[in-house]
Design a protein around this ligand. Structure first.
Ligand SMILES: [Mn+2]
Length: 395
């Protein structure tokens, strides 16, 4: 059985205002060709198909065209899709009755019946007597009673596994969209974060040893979890932020044969590079020198997306203009200029731990973040607004 595991497409994403539809199109065409070439039996899409719960018509059109074309080209292909935290669970599941006739199953919403969660809907038969435990991104309270989120999510997987085993399914694969603890998060990447700052990691033991392969989505860097080769993130096909610019993009091919699985990363060369210069923030004159060394040429849809990082010691109102002038005629697309203050940081600015976070006062935390981001104290009217929000949440 040949499986291709992919996730985190984020169709419809714009990158600092730059449209990425053409990049996504290149990826989808490549994926189609890869599936044909490798005679894939099952395509697993582990969530975050779309970048937002309310994707544009163009993003949806691209997705459904892909599904139509790839199933037409590969008559025996089965596709299983789970919703991620960026997807609308209801929206992605809405066309399921139609998709089922193309051998495409969607697990978006957690359905409930009189006994609680309707687990059976998440058990999807696959070829050769196997099944896929297709678990969408679980929101708070979308799990049986448990001490915390991590344990609740683990309970869903163990219940599904127990049921699948009892019914004699073999092999059993699983797919989910979650943050496993012990996995690597891209620093500064907000699209990967869960409910609060990405701290709710699920213990890797959620994936029972009896599950032959667990296909995960959510983290954008391809990696295995807790040193287990068969519990993996396929990674996103496009870098979603500058924090991910050094990631290598791929989909994961899993071949299951005689009870064991063989895993291969199939690399995808992204058509647009993310460029961050200089490699560490430098004073303006050094930055301008680096810009001067960039290639000149026409700006096209696939020209690199550029981030410029400048070390500043005072407010320079001409900063943007100087950089934009230096960039004239260069074959790059400017996304943002990050001005980094070289004023010495306080000693107490060590990274926050989970315990710090649990014991912190939300208002103080917000004020602190505001100060760091804006280099000024939070104005009174925002502070009052914040009081109201906190009051409302606690009520
Ligand atoms: Mn996600």
């Amino acid at each position: 059985m040949k499986i291709i595991h992919t996730a985190d497409w984020h169709l419809g994403q714009t990158f600092y205002g730059h449209d990425r539809a053409k990049e996504h199109k290149v990826f989808l065409d490549w994926l189609r060709a890869t599936i044909k070439e490798r005679s894939t039996d099952i395509l697993l899409i582990a969530g975050d198909v779309f970048d937002t719960p309310n994707p544009s018509a163009e993003a949806q059109r691209m997705f459904y065209h892909f599904l139509k074309d790839v199933t037409a080209e590969n008559q025996s292909l089965q596709i299983i899709i789970t919703a991620g935290n960026h997807d609308s669970a209801a929206r992605i599941e809405a066309p399921a009755p139609l998709l089922n006739s193309f051998n495409i199953q969607v697990s978006g919403i957690v359905h409930w019946n009189e006994d609680g969660i309707d687990f059976d809907r998440m058990i999807i038969p696959i070829k050769d007597g196997g099944c896929c435990l297709a678990v969408p991104y679980l929101r708070h309270n979308e799990y049986p009673e448990a001490e915390n989120y991590s344990q609740g999510v683990a309970k869903v997987y163990s219940e599904l596994y127990a049921r699948a085993k009892e019914r004699g399914y073999s092999p059993i694969i699983a797919m989910g969209h979650l943050q496993a603890s012990g996995a690597e998060v891209s620093v500064g990447d907000s699209s990967e974060h869960l409910v609060i700052g990405g701290m709710e990691g699920i213990e890797a033991t959620f994936a029972s040893e009896g599950i032959i392969y667990t296909a995960l989505g959510h983290l954008h860097k391809a990696q295995r979890v807790a040193h287990r080769d068969n519990v993996r993130y396929s990674g996103a096909p496009l870098p979603m932020s500058f924090a991910e610019r050094r990631n290598r993009q791929s989909v994961t091919e899993v071949i299951i044969e005689d009870g064991s699985c063989n895993i291969e990363k199939v690399e995808f060369e992204t058509p647009v590079k993310l460029l961050s210069i200089p490699s560490t923030p430098q004073p303006l004159d050094c930055v301008l020198e680096e810009i001067a060394a960039l290639e000149t040429g026409e700006i096209r849809w696939d020209s690199p997306l550029l981030e410029v990082r400048v070390l500043v010691s005072s407010v320079d109102t001409m900063l943007r203009q100087s950089i934009e002038e230096a960039l004239e005629g260069k074959a790059v697309r400017l996304t943002r200029i990050e001005a980094v203050s070289n004023i010495t940081r306080n000693d107490d600015e060590r990274p926050m731990t989970y315990d710090d976070f649990k014991n912190s006062d939300p208002k103080e935390l917000m004020k602190d973040i505001f100060k760091r981001e804006n280099k000024m104290e939070m104005p009174d009217h925002l502070s009052l607004l914040l009081d109201e929000i906190i009051k409302e949440v606690r009520a």
